[in-house]
Design a protein around this ligand. Structure first.
Ligand SMILES: [Zn+2]
Length: 533
């Protein structure tokens, strides 16, 4: 039994792991690479395997960096079934055709240039039609149910608490009379996130393949996320402007609507009309309404035994589909909360809303998600005084706010807590889905706090899981630089301070604000330490 890391190895996107047994070859995730030009080039290259040889795919969740190359897999000869949760299947029907549309547009732009230069034209990675066509091969399952895929393979989807339908996947493989259990964490969510359940606790595994996105980070907001949201709404209302929120269409938008509705019902924010202006977000909200069994107790309680619409709809909540209605929002000078995609403001309807509100000092632009370098969102957040939108220069006069607490990823503590549920030490924990800093930090804390053997997976490397031996084309990591070795002493000192703070936190009458400030400072030091490494 072997595993090959065909993506999300040493980086956070392109999740794809190939498992080969005596009888089968299957994938866990088939995601798109995002970010730098070099990473995106993987999307255009051949897979590291022959798609026609793959019998089935197990999909953790609908995010494009986990699901985005499934239509390409079919286009290149895969004929099997994609097994996932019911909600993920429905979200795939929303996000994959949208991704197909983006691929078509991207290639159309490139082809216009190529045609002018008389060069051969490119094919899109896949089209909207490809993405629609493959939907019928995706099979949705319920959480916790054991699925027997062959006499040798049993699979179970457990809630990962990351986005609606997201799953940790348990895979039991029987070979030569013995069974090995592989646990793929997928992307792990936070405890007490809105709407979705907490990540399921898994107690046993021979191998864990674990995400490391925030392996070097603590989510500490100096202010409670809901208090911060209420403050931003109140100050915008007082100034008489609009509140514009660039937001990812799946989960983040629904979380915001849920939280804003809650704040309004509690009388914590003044009356402002809420507009969700993104066709994809509107479709995704419908998937949430279709799958209320995924909700946590609080959201279920708020449904009061009724239709799940109750938590996303209200007289002052408006879902916008048509272009005309979207354009009509440009005339509103105040009293509106406009939630629109894309989340990083580099495409989509949000750009129109920014063009009409960014130059007005009565308005606020609120960022609730990660803004990658080079995006319009990042430029605004970095304090640029003028930005260009649709070829027009726009002055930045609106208040710019940011709330970090909406992240859908567990932080270092969340990752460690989840891993500490394993009652016996797994043979090995493979760390994937993280940048170098996060991977190295997480590897260090897992070995010091839990004593588990960890391995940072490298792109293309193959591991023989029957004998825990490393096979080709494994490239040995470069020896740790001298500064890194020296950093271990600092790391010990850091760990000791952290323990002291955590002990202080247990005392009665503690000052939570002061503690949070200290933890934030500690995270800052840790970040600097990792940079130095
Ligand atoms: Zn994700």
């Amino acid at each position: 039994m072997k595993i090959q890391f065909c993506g999300a190895a040493g980086t956070v996107t392109g999740s794809c792991f190939l498992v080969t047994t005596q009888e089968e070859k299957f994938l866990i995730d088939c995601g798109m690479f995002q970010g730098s030009k070099e990473l995106k080039e993987h999307n255009y290259s051949e897979f590291l395997f022959n798609p026609a040889d793959i019998q089935f795919v197990l999909l953790t969740h609908a995010h494009i960096d986990h699901s985005g190359l499934i239509p390409k897999l079919y286009r290149h000869g895969f004929q099997g079934t994609v097994h996932t949760t019911k909600a993920t299947k429905e979200l795939c029907a929303v996000v994959l055709p949208d991704s197909g549309y983006i691929q078509e547009m991207e290639v159309e732009r490139k082809n216009r240039k190529l045609a002018r230069r008389g060069l051969p034209l490119l094919d899109p990675i896949y089209t909207v039609a490809d993405a629609q066509e493959c939907q019928r091969f995706i099979k949705g399952h319920m959480y916790e149910k054991e699925i027997v895929l062959s006499p040798q393979i049993r699979v179970r989807f457990q809630d990962a608490g990351h986005i609606l339908g997201s799953a940790i996947i348990e895979v039991c493989i029987r070979e030569d009379g013995q069974e090995k259990k592989l646990v793929f964490s997928g992307d792990l969510g936070n405890i007490n996130a809105p709407l979705v359940e907490d990540p399921a606790e898994i107690k046993k595994a021979d191998y864990v393949i674990m995400e490391s996105t925030y392996g070097n980070r603590y989510h500490i907001d100096t202010e409670n996320k809901l208090d911060a949201l209420a403050r931003v709404v109140k100050t915008t209302h007082k100034r008489g402007g609009n509140l514009v929120i660039p937001s990812f269409a799946v989960e983040r938008t629904q979380d915001l609507v849920y939280d804003l509705k809650h704040l309004k019902e509690e009388g914590q924010i003044p009356p402002m009309e809420i507009y969700i202006d993104s066709p994809m977000a509107v479709q995704a909200t419908q998937v949430f309404i279709n799958n209320p069994y995924c909700f946590d107790d609080e959201a279920t309680y708020k449904m009061k035994g009724e239709d799940a619409r109750a938590i996303f709809e209200g007289p002052d909540i408006h879902y916008i589909l048509s272009v005309e209605e979207s354009l009509a929002l440009n005339k509103k000078k105040g009293g509106a909360i406009i939630i629109s995609a894309s989340g990083m403001a580099d495409a989509g309807r949000i750009k129109h809303h920014l063009k009409h509100n960014l130059w007005r000092s009565a308005c606020t632009v609120l960022f609730v998600g990660y803004q990658a370098e080079g995006t319009l969102g990042r430029r605004i957040l970095d304090g640029e005084k003028k930005v260009t939108i649709h070829g027009e220069e726009v002055a930045v006069k609106a208040a710019i706010e940011r709330i970090d607490g909406f992240s859908a990823h567990a932080d270092q503590k969340g990752l460690l807590d989840w891993l500490s549920n394993f009652k016996t030490k797994p043979d090995r924990v493979f760390l994937v889905h993280g940048e170098e800093d996060s991977l190295l930090t997480l590897q260090r804390v897992i070995s010091s706090e839990l004593g588990f053997q960890t391995q940072i997976a490298e792109y293309g490397s193959v591991y023989d899981l029957s004998h825990d031996a490393v096979l080709t084309p494994f490239v040995a990591p470069a020896p740790a630089p001298a500064q890194y070795v020296a950093a271990f002493d600092t790391a010990d000192a850091f760990k000791s301070i952290k323990e002291q703070i955590l002990n202080l936190a247990k005392l009665p009458g503690k000052d939570m604000r002061a503690l949070q400030r200290l933890m934030a400072q500690l995270s800052e030091i840790e970040r600097e330490m990792n940079k130095a490494v």
